[in-house]
Each structure stands twice: as C-alpha cells, then as structure tokens.
Design a protein around this ligand. Structure first.
Ligand code: ZN
Length: 176
C-alpha cells in the first residue's frame, strides 16, 4: 500500500481489527520510510480465503453458512448463541491471520471442531459426523470412543440435571 504522505510502497501493519459488522478489516499501517501512520480498510470478501470443497470446487467463505452449521450442531444443547458467535469470530480472525487465499473445507471443519470439542461434546460429534463424512459406522464409533475417553480425562462429572444416559448419535452422514 502506498503511503499517503510520501508515496513509499512499503509499510508494516501495526494493528488489525475486524469492523463491528464483520464487513471490513481496519489496519493501522506505518510507512517504513517516513514512519507516519495511516489506516486502510479492506473488505472481508477480498481478504478471507475461498473454501475449497472436497470435489475441488471453490466458494467464497460464508460466515452465515459457518454460523448456521455450528448452530445446528449445538441445537438443544446448552451452548449460547453468543458462544457460537465467538467461535465464528475467532475462526474468522484466524483466517485473517493465515492470510492465505484458500482453505480446504476439511481444515475449516477442523478449526470448528477444535472449538466444539471444548464447548460441547455432543455438538462436536454431530459436527464431526457431517464434516468428516465417515465412511462407515465403525470409523464413526472409533471417533466417538476416542472422544469419550478424552472427555473422561479432562471433564468433571456432569451436573445432575444432564445425567441422562450418553446420547447415542445417529449416523448423520448424508452422501452428496
Ligand atoms: Zn511515508
């Protein structure tokens, strides 16, 4: 970006922030020559990577789609909308930081799962079953078992209210 004061082409980014409505990133930049600072605005659609799907098709990153897929996984779980929005915001921020032009849908799914694993295990399994597209029920069960083991290690016992038997996930995989 050209410095508006001296025209020098090199700068460094001092600070990046996503605008309140998520439409643009505001960056504070410092000219490497005259050291003056200025602000640039980049629209998110220009900065966020395209998502490369399994079949090789690319589509623009769609925050609404991401949000609704997470909300769906969290349906009827005790995960607040705010928590979901926080996950979406964090993922967006990480995509900005990567500053790469593309991300595979698998990688994106992994980012989501990292969050869901901490947030809610049922939501995690639901999401995993859709994203990983398990080849068969055994692969799915392996994942669930590994998950339950980890949960035993890290989680304190659930509150009495949710002491129902462990939910049995249905195979959710829809072949596309
Ligand atoms: Zn300058």
């Amino acid at each position: 970006m050209k410095c508006p004061f001296c025209g020098h082409a090199e700068d460094r980014v001092v600070d990046s922030r996503v605008g309140r409505d998520g439409e643009f990133i505001r960056r504070r930049r410092e000219c490497l020559k005259c050291r003056r600072r200025y602000t640039s605005y980049e629209y998110i659609e220009d900065v966020l990577p395209h998502v490369v799907k399994r079949d090789g098709r690319r589509e623009p990153f769609d925050r609404q789609k991401l949000r609704s897929s997470i909300l769906k996984a969290c349906e009827k779980r005790s995960v607040g909308v705010q928590a979901v929005d926080d996950v979406v915001a964090d993922i967006e921020a990480r995509l900005h930081d990567r500053a790469e032009k593309e991300i595979s849908s698998l990688e994106l799914g992994d980012l989501v799962m990292e969050h869901l694993q901490r947030l809610d295990q049922v939501a995690y399994v639901r999401f995993a079953s859709v994203y990983r597209q398990f080849k068969d029920i055994n692969q799915f069960m392996d994942e669930v078992k590994g998950l339950l083991k980890e949960g035993e290690k890290t989680k304190s016992p659930p509150p009495a209210a949710s002491a129902s038997p462990a939910p049995r996930p249905k195979p959710l995989v829809k072949a596309k």
